[in-house]
Design a protein around this ligand. Sequence first.
Ligand code: ADP
Length: 667
Amino acid sequence: MTRPIRSLLIANRGEIAVRIIRTARAMGLRTIAVYSEADADALHVQMADEAYPVGAAPARDSYLRIDTLIETAVRAGADAIHPGYGFLSENEAFADACAKAGIVFVGPPASAIRAMGSKSAAKALMDKAGVPLVPGYHGEDQDPDLLAREAERIGYPVLIKASAGGGGKGMKVVRAANEFADALASAQREARNAFGDDRVLVEKYLTQPRHIEVQVFADTHGNCVYLHERDCSIQRRHQKVVEEAPAPGMTPERRARMGRAAVEAARAVGYVGAGTVEFIAEGDGFFFMEMNTRLQVEHPVTEAITGQDLVEWQIRVARGETLPLAQDDIPLVGHAFEVRLYAEDPERDFLPQVGRLDHLVLPAGLPGVRIDSGVGAGDQVSIHYDPMIAKIITSGADRAEAAGRMVAALAATEVVGLPTNRAFLQAIFATPAFAAADFDTGFIERHRAELLPGPAAPGPRDLALAALHVLLDEARASAAGADPADPHSPWGLAAGWRMNRSAFVDLTFAGAGERHVVRAHYVPGGFRLDLPGGTVAAEGTLDPDGGLTARLAGVRLKARVLRSGHKLVIFAAGTECTLDHVDPRFASAAAAGGAGRLVSPMPGTITRVAVAAGDAVKKGDPLVVVEAMKMEHTVAAPRDGTVKSVRYAVGDLVEDGAELLVLEETE
Ligand code: ADP
């Protein structure tokens, strides 16, 4: 029986909502998005054919509201709902509610979600189905003494896991018997807080395992296949950081054995749709950990090596069609990686970061690179949701090619406004052990020192680029401010013309706790810069978007320098460096309440210009109003003066740091 699906509501947000909309649209479906108050202008909302508000920013008031989502789907006339991952994707009540409302849930039957919802119950079931398990205890009896005896029987080290667990919560490694009671209490506490259920299981803790998971797919006609495996061993605190497919070192025999075990697991619960069976593998052995009854974050690497669109498969299966391919026809070509680019601060124990993405360049368009993202420059990374900025996926003919492309993709990624794990991801790919696929789930811990080297002192190249940016920017500003009454004034010419050819200026930069002074000499056509390593000739051109084409001691390179207040962020040759430009004139003028350019505090739209050239203004008078993210910011006169020129009009878009107007001090 086939069910028509002509319209699809996506009960999710961010990159996965965007990704689902793309496929649904390509299949000719009408796409319906939902959004919380925080997401009114989000990419997924802009992309969908229609978008409905479903509540306040906290997920429990919007993306987790089953009643509101179902009502919205009915109101919008949606034939089906795709839950994405996270939120309600593994919520059996939601699957049930869809069925009751006569809406197709793009996912497994509620009974399969329930069967796999408890790690303990799932293990008992898998045991019966003959799927290999890590030695352990997954019984109902939760008596602490019994659990301790079981731990003894299994043999230390053991791992305590929350039965209802997910996301690494409620998981504790116990190395010896005398630590067991404390670890148990702490795991139970975490489990109670996170899942409202403090039941646990205990299993053998493997010390050098790999996380290998198998993508499975089943239809409503009894077909079930596997789309090979993914290796997700590069983890931090049991959370995936890098994923790849296929798993390095996998033989066809082992792949077939694991694939068959995964299919057995899916069949045992009457599975339908996309699912992932996670195994932990050590030596020759592999053991069932859990089954995720949804599409996974890392599904794109499987799409890359099989050439299939898993969301399309999901929708076909939901329509009642048979699986697009039989087991033997599923391709496995090349190799693929995925990294998760997060707004987080690796230097502060990966603390999630919230705030505005002032500048964002993702490496779309490079060969073999796919970007899945739900945000753009100017968007907020909200405290309410996962701080993932994008998934970067690369593929190639083999592992080395795919890795090389990831290195290039990460080098071309630029984020300003929030710290990210970009350099950390680069460091992983730069590690020889990773290149040699010599890793297990302890990789990041073991290589911590290499992966987190701490802030590096700026090199001569960074200082040169920073200096060049400041000099060229000043030349541009003075050219733009050239006196129209005297168009031939040499002061209006760009690039370092000075009456006194031997003139120089000292530029001070601070970075990584140190100050560096770069003396710049004006020479015809450019500058001579005194840098820590010696003197170099420097010249260049600056684009309005911060693009800087520089020639340093004859070497031409392309960089980008972005200014935010006194901060300069320099992107060059795949590295990123942040420096403070310590401008003594600026500082003293500001202290005197004096001169200086009036710049936009953020990228935005000019909504009001209160003055015109020639106007006299008093300190504190509003001059220009800039709006961004529904916030208005008034730029006021820092002192009494006369407006010399106004650079923008109402409706103009301005960059962060753009000079809005020039004020002349009253004599
Ligand atoms: P969650 O559902 O909380 O993500 P999982 O059961 O999927 O928890 O396990 C997460 C990760 O923890 C695995 O990818 C693996 O790295 C590690 N892990 C799980 N079980 C074991 C084990 N028995 N021995 C060693 N590591 C394990």
